[in-house]
Write a protein that binds this ligand. Structure first.
Ligand SMILES: Cc1ncc(COP(=O)(O)O)c(C=O)c1O
Length: 403
């Protein structure tokens, strides 16, 4: 679903009350960068579930493919349909989540490759029309997949012989790849998957072995196998929650709004629901039209900075559904000049930078959740390093996938 083009302007105030500007060139470069880590020639599968981690699934997918990804992954049938309907018909897409019988039929009908983990589900895939399957061994995540390597092997054997089914892949998912201090659990999972996958590959040559997400592939070359499934790093965020620049990743998303009003707030006056901010001294407040209805979470009340005029200004008071207030300081001239100025919630302004990782730390969560939380009300405006991109989309693309 796309709306009429929203003009992309590199400088100056935003065209809308709040926008997520997505740099597709950054996604492309992140993929190219990730590929340089693939020392054994593994394929890069770009994970574009949950509306491309909030960036827009179709646009992100196209940029990732241009940057060298050769597969895509989503969570469910609806997400696959969106890609296919947008014209991404030939690319191999792994649908990683469990599927209802209806979803299975839809997925297989448009060539989606599904994850199977037991005989009954495999038979359901065959009954729904058959297609390519990837057998999942639960090496420690404790979600989909059997923990029994024998049983997982038997599912693979059956997949290889069942009419209409093609055994395409053997996979697992790591629970602690992003936790460097995981007491050896990642290494244990890797060892157990490696020996299982070796047996499957011996019995079924040509099967694509895959396990690593962004953290795993950056952390351990032996987790790369034949393919890696990367999401967070594709969007230029750091899987370990650190500064993405340290790994040469470029955040693709900027969240911006503007100062809609500047008003005095004398000592003792308050701002926002619940009077959670009461001015200790005379100051000026900026009112910015972004709120939890846009995904700027209420827990950021009195707990975030906003870049305005090249400087950090503290968010003061409670985050409302549609607006926040920031403290612009006591100088009437300086505050007045900021009326109408661009306000950056995630991104760079002057020498200042606010990353999704910083916002995540304040919320005691992970960067994934920060961008996934941006609601359909926030238009995604695409560009390539500041040049107008491929229009905007304002609608939700899909329900969020699991992580
Ligand atoms: C099964 C599976 N593989 C790969 C990924 C991509 O992980 P990341 O975004 O950490 O690279 C996910 C995301 O949650 C996933 O669920």
């Amino acid at each position: 679903m796309s709306d009429p083009e929203i003009e992309f302007r590199r400088e100056g105030p935003a065209a809308e009350r709040v926008e997520a500007r997505v740099n597709l060139a950054a996604i492309e470069r992140n993929c190219a960068r990730l590929r340089t880590e693939l020392t054994h020639g593994a394929a890069l599968c770009a994970v574009v579930k949950a509306n491309g981690y909030g960036h827009g699934a179709v646009q992100s997918a196209r940029a990732a493919l241009a940057g060298g990804a050769s597969w895509l992954a989503v969570s469910g049938a609806r997400e696959l349909r969106e890609l296919r309907e947008a014209g991404l018909r030939e690319v191999r897409v792994l649908v990683m989540g469990p599927l209802t019988p209806v979803e299975l039929g839809e997925t297989l009908a448009v060539g989606g490759e599904v994850v199977v983990w037991n005989e009954a589900y495999l038979q359901a895939v065959a009954a729904a029309g058959g297609g390519r399957v990837h057998v999942k061994f639960d090496s420690g995540m404790g979600r989909l997949g059997t923990r029994d390597p024998e049983q997982a092997g038997e599912v693979a054997d059956l997949a290889a012989t069942l009419g209409g089914i093609e055994l395409a892949g053997a996979m697992t998912h790591f629970a602690t790849a992003d936790e460097l201090d995981d007491k050896g659990f990642f290494a244990e999972q890797l060892a157990s998957f490696t020996s299982w996958a070796r047996r499957v590959s011996e019995r079924h040559p040509g099967v694509i072995v895959h396990a690593g997400n962004s953290a795993a592939m950056l952390r351990e070359v032996n987790a790369q196998f034949d393919m890696v499934r990367c999401g967070i790093a594709v969007y230029g965020m750091d899987p370990f929650g650190r500064d993405p620049a340290l790994r040469g990743l470029e955040p693709a998303l900027e969240l911006g709004s503007y100062v809609a009003e500047v008003k005095p707030c004398v000592a003792g006056e308050s701002a926002g629901y619940g009077r959670r901010f009461v001015a200790e001294h005379d100051t000026f407040l900026g009112v910015i039209p972004v709120g939890y209805g846009d995904g700027w979470r209420r827990s950021l009340s009195n707990n975030a900075d906003v870049l305005i005029g090249g400087e950090r200004h503290p968010l003061v008071g409670t985050v409302s559904m549609d607006s926040i207030t920031v403290d612009l300081g006591p100088d009437p001239g300086a505050a007045g000049r900021l009326r109408g100025a661009r306000a950056i919630l995630i991104g760079i302004q002057g020498s200042q930078r606010i990353t999704a990782e910083e916002v995540a730390r304040r919320l005691d969560t992970i960067n994934y959740e920060v961008t996934c939380a941006l609601t359909p009300r926030v238009p995604r405006v695409y560009h390539r390093d500041g040049s107008p991109g491929h229009g905007a989309q304002t609608a939700a693309q899909a329900p969020a996938g699991g992580r």
